[in-house]
Design a binder for this molecule. Sequence first.
Ligand code: FRU
Length: 519
Amino acid sequence: MKKLAYIILSVLLFLSCRKGKENKEDILNQIEASYVEQYRPQFHFSPQEKWMNDPNGLVYNDGVYHLFYQYYPGATVWGPMHWGHATSRDLVKWEHKPIALFPDKKGFIFSGSAVVDNKNTSGFGIDGKVPLVAIYTYFRLDIEKKGGVNTQTQGIAYSLDNGNTWTKYAGNPVIDNTALKDFRDPKVFWHNETESWIMALVAGNHAKFYRSKDLKAWEYISEFGRNVGAHGGVWECPDLFKLKVEGTEEEKWVLIISIGSGGPNGGSGTQYFVGDFDGKTFTTNQTEFKWLDWGTDNYAGVTYNNVPSEDRIFIGWMSNWQYALSTPTTTWRSAMTVPRKLRLKKYEDSYLLHNYPLETLNTLIEKSISESINIEPNQEKILNFNNLNQAEIAFKTDSKDFNLKLANKEGGFVSIKFDPISKLVIIDRTSSGKKDFQPEFGNKLHYMSIDELPNSIFEVRILMDQSSMELFINEGQYVMTEQLFPNKNYTEMFINNTNNSAILSLKDFSVAKVSSIWE
Ligand code: FRU
């Protein structure tokens, strides 16, 4: 596709060159826009142009996975929010769609979710058409500017053509708010046991739950979290769902909560709670903080509704409010994580939520030869590559005592260190490339505690995509997602055995190119 587009554009360019300079520049701009810019992710979703933040309305319907997202078409920074829209049939390749929801006099369109109203409980369906219903937050900047707190209410809209066109409900808002400053990000799902819709919503330092029979009239049922979990920032983007504990018949409920600041390595972060939900109240015995991702760049992530399989599929926004507005990209800003499957596992007494790329991503990974690498104690191995910035690096090991560094010849590098004494994985992006756009971006090391990582062999998998690195350990038991802006592609890999006595053995070691989804 991209090649064909390029040929057509080249012909147009040739013709336009004969017409005049202005046209030529237009066409050059179009070529620029075709996902070849510096730092443009090649296998992650990013908007064609302008500003994007949270994923919204993740829903599967009639063969199509929808990805709506917080979008401002007027600039590459945050502004009056719309819902941008893209669709996919395999969660690998994406097709851009027209903007789905525009701000109106009730406010900007903030984050929310979407459901397939199969039973037509809302009555929006006509002629047997099943409505897709979006539930979102309205935000009134004008009221906030005047010092008012009643800025956020909940609205709904529906589509009868699988998300192509939307009609806002005339009775909006469906949940009014006169008292709370922060009151947003409704995540709605169908609760079979009570035959009702449940909404999780955040209200500053806690989550609130509502129930409805028709998506229009909502009854408040409970709240959770004032004194539990991390509270370094305002709670945002909740998600509540049931998961089977892998290898058992036990079922638990997981509540995901993003926090705007106070994440494990500064700025935004995503925590989760494992507990129970009886159709009314969410409860947990959990006392410790649990982070879905220890990196700095996985925020506001939520999961798909109505997926045809048992899979719980998650997408996060690959940025951090600390510096999101000033990352050094050109015509667009921000990307999403690759879609990840969530699995719940029990280790001793603790439940851990794994998140790991969907298998369909493998269709993009070029076949490569895997080998075994053995490195003597305190020795280093250096490997050379054409380009490590659009690649998958994978191996298996039982060692937690080594350092892996990806570098370019200009002195730029990012490194991942496993430290067995402190039981930490440490990412160093302080010399990775551009970082001066915001002091907090590259000023310190990032830590991940790997307490529950087994002593037996485990997998390490790294996805590099132009301006991001996703690190998955033991198939998503421990994850760090980080943005990077290298000045030049990384071409060298330094593997250091930091152990004094044991040989470092990396099995099934492979480095493979990942192809672009935009070609
Ligand atoms: C999270 C968030 C949400 C809000 C949206 C506004 O990143 O702050 O709480 O709905 O972004 O764009």
